[in-house]
Structures are given as structure tokens and as C-alpha cells.
Design a protein around this ligand. Structure first.
Ligand code: TXA
Ligand code: MG
Length: 348
């Protein structure tokens, strides 16, 4: 199959959106930009179309998809019980990087929910995504548009690397701004619970609906129990090289990473370093990449997956990363880094 790439970096193009919508309505696959990462879209109400997503990604079939909608009214057709908190959160954060879990209606096929009786829903804050959802029938299932196990794509080039020849179309909307996937909140229990941290953090949610819990398995490898979002159970976002995070006071971290880099070089390896704009000049050997500035958290989240992808092509043998416990997005950024590092963290 030839994958068509439509360039919409300079703005939305109605004709292209119409073509993409027709592909979705006839059961095909279209990748598109959102404000978080690129999604791989299919008609969420068509089980056969959803099945193609699993095939293209090599995704385990019990890992459910998020249904993307373009207006709040669309929710009633797919969600059976909509708690008051959900209405409040939708009002506060949609369109935006927040996914909520609901009891599903029979309209949503089990092929979309990985066999679950619940459905994850979000309304993305991106004009190309919203136009595509409307044009494609209103309900678009879309996981991140990467091959299962690779870092999520933040550019159309990343999508093409993984999906060329496997899907019908890619809409190029330039760089996806936030760079890490949406926050997932489960409202089906007594207390709302964050199943995946993202740009919308705990404090932001609590301001709207009061106390919110965090799935205890998210940040620690040793927490008992299984993560509640099936996708969080799989090994994810793993670069080819072994990765170690070094956490502590800034000067101590820089010293330790420089030491580890020397050791790796003396073993004949090719070390990679994940630094920040502030620390970059303090490293002198190895493949050095800055994620962004610590005073601009979105620059860090926005480059995280790109940097991991780059290290794969650079064939580094070991990656040493600074920790990024930043005030607002720290939980989201560290969650992805910890997964990439297989929870290897060194305190200094
Ligand atoms: O930002 C995002 O959410 C991106 C963009 C494309 O919208 N999408 C995304 O989808 O990250 P995906 O498939 O890569 O991640 C969806 C996560 C998985 O961990 C999945 O297990 C979880 O959401 N999930 C989906 N439906 C669920 C459900 N009913 N209950 C619990 N977890 C669910
Ligand atoms: Mg994903």
C-alpha cells in the first residue's frame, strides 16, 4: 500500500480533510497530529477498521483504544453513565490533553475497547484533528501512531518511519506541541484516579473536582498490583540502548554522569547523554542531547520522544539521563523516562 502524505503545516486544507474523512468512513487508516502526539485513526464504531490499527502497530489486541470526539454532545452516544465530575472536567479541559474512562454503550464495539465494558474518550485540541474527526464520522479511535514498543511520534516523519506502507494516509501538521500523551483519568470508581500522567496534572484536576488519586504503580517498579490502564503494563518507549536516570542535586548529577560516561568510553562503548539547555555545556564526551530548558517544561516534554528516537539511530550503547522532576509536568515526564529506563534510577 502506498501511504499518501498531505502537508498541512501551513494550515488546514479542506480538500485533503475531505479525502482523509472518506478513507476513515470506508474503514481505512489515517495518521494525524494532535496537541500531544500523532494518532493513528480509524472509525471507532467499525470493529473491522479498529482491527486494522492493531495490525499496523503490532499492538496486543487486549490494549484498548481511545475514542476521539469533536464535540461534547458526541459523548452521550458512546458513554453510558456520565458522572457530574466528568461534565466538569470536560468543561474545564476539553478540547485538550485529557482522556476520561466511562462505561461504554453497546454502540462501541469490543474491538475498539480491547474487550472491556469501559471506553476511553478524549477531545483533542488541534484544528486538523477536530476537522478530521468531523469529516470521518465523529468517532475516531486513535492510539499513538508508532509501532508498538517504540517512542510515540511527535512529527509526521516519525510516523512515516514506523508506518510507511502500512496505512493509507498521514496528515502532516508539523511538530506535536506537548510531546507526551494525554492524562488518563478513571471516574468509574469512588475516587477519581489518574491512570496515566500528562500535561493536565493532579493539581489542575483537583482544582475542578476535589481529591484525585494516582495509580500507585505509575512511578515505582516495586509497587504491588497491575497498572489499571492495560497499555501501561507493556514495556514501552524503550530505546535500543540500556538507559539509566541519575537523580539528585544538579552538580552531583553532572559529576556522576561525567564519571559514568568515562567508564562507558573506557569499555569501548558509545555513551549517550540526556541533558538540559542549562547543563549541556558541562558534558564533553559522548553523544550529548538537550531535551530543552528547565524553565520551559513544554520544551522538555516536547523533545523527549524525539531524543529517544535519535539515540536509536545514533547506535549509542548506554544512555545516561538527568532526572526532570519539574514542578508541573514532572510526573508525566519522569513516568515516560522511567519506562524508557526500565526503572533504572541512581540517586546521588
Ligand atoms: O494523547 C493521547 O492520548 C494519544 C493521542 C493520539 O490522542 N493517544 C494515545 O493512545 O496515547 P494510546 O493507545 O497510545 O494509549 C492509550 C492508553 C493505553 O495505555 C490504554 O491501555 C489506555 O489508554 N486505555 C484505553 N482505553 C482504556 C480503558 N477503557 N480503560 C483503561 N485504560 C484504557
Ligand atoms: Mg501509545
Amino acid at each position: 500500500m502506498d501511504t499518501i502524505i498531505l502537508d498541512m503545516r501551513d494550515g488546514i486544507e479542506e480538500n485533503g480533510i475531505h479525502r482523509a474523512g472518506e478513507i476513515l468512513k470506508s474503514g481505512g487508516l489515517v495518521a494525524f497530529p494532535t496537541e500531544t502526539v500523532y494518532g493513528l485513526g480509524a472509525d471507532a464504531l467499525n470493529a473491522e477498521a479498529a482491527a486494522k490499527i492493531y495490525q499496523a502497530k503490532g499492538r496486543p489486541s487486549d490494549n484498548p483504544l481511545i475514542v476521539h470526539i469533536a464535540d461534547v454532545e458526541a459523548l452521550d452516544r458512546i458513554a453510558a453513565k456520565i458522572p457530574e465530575e466528568a461534565r466538569k472536567l470536560a468543561k474545564a479541559f476539553w478540547p485538550g490533553p485529557l482522556t476520561m474512562i466511562f462505561q461504554k454503550t453497546p454502540t462501541v464495539p469490543y474491538g475498539t475497547t480491547g474487550g472491556l465494558d469501559t471506553v476511553a474518550v478524549r477531545m483533542p485540541d488541534h484544528e486538523i484533528a477536530l476537522a478530521l474527526i468531523r469529516s470521518g464520522g465523529g468517532y475516531i479511535a486513535a492510539p499513538s501512531a508508532n509501532t508498538s514498543g517504540r517512542p510515540s511520534p511527535t512529527t509526521a516523519q516519525h510516523v512515516a518511519e514506523d508506518m510507511n506502507g502500512r496505512i493509507d494516509m498521514i496528515l502532516d501538521g508539523g511538530h506535536a506541541g506537548i510531546g507526551v500523551e494525554s492524562t488518563i483519568v478513571d471516574l468509574s470508581g469512588e475516587v477519581p484516579m489518574i491512570l496515566r500522567p500528562g500535561y493536565i496534572n493532579r493539581a489542575m484536576l483537583e482544582q475542578v473536582i476535589g481529591p484525585v488519586e494516582v495509580d500507585p504503580t505509575l512511578l515505582s517498579a516495586t509497587a504491588k498490583g497491575r497498572p489499571k490502564a492495560p497499555g501501561m503494563r507493556y514495556k514501552h518507549y524503550a530505546p535500543k540502548a540500556d538507559m539509566m536516570i541519575v537523580e539528585g542535586e544538579q552538580e552531583a548529577v553532572i559529576r556522576k554522569i561525567n564519571e559514568l560516561v568515562k567508564e562507558e568510553l573506557s569499555r569501548g562503548g558509545r555513551p549517550g547523554i540526556i541533558a538540559s539547555d542549562e547543563s549541556r555545556a558541562r558534558y564533553h564526551q559522548g553523544v550529548i542531547r538537550s531535551m530543552g530548558s528547565r524553565s520551559d517544561e513544554l520544551s522538555i516534554s516536547g523533545h523527549l520522544y524525539e531524543v529517544l528516537r535519535e539515540f536509536d539511530t545514533e547506535n549509542v550503547t548506554k544512555i545516561f539521563s538527568e532526572a526532570f522532576d519539574t514542578p508541573d509536568m514532572g510526573m508525566a515526564i519522569m513516568n515516560r523516562l522511567m519506562k524508557a529506563a526500565g526503572h533504572q534510577i541512581l540517586q546521588v
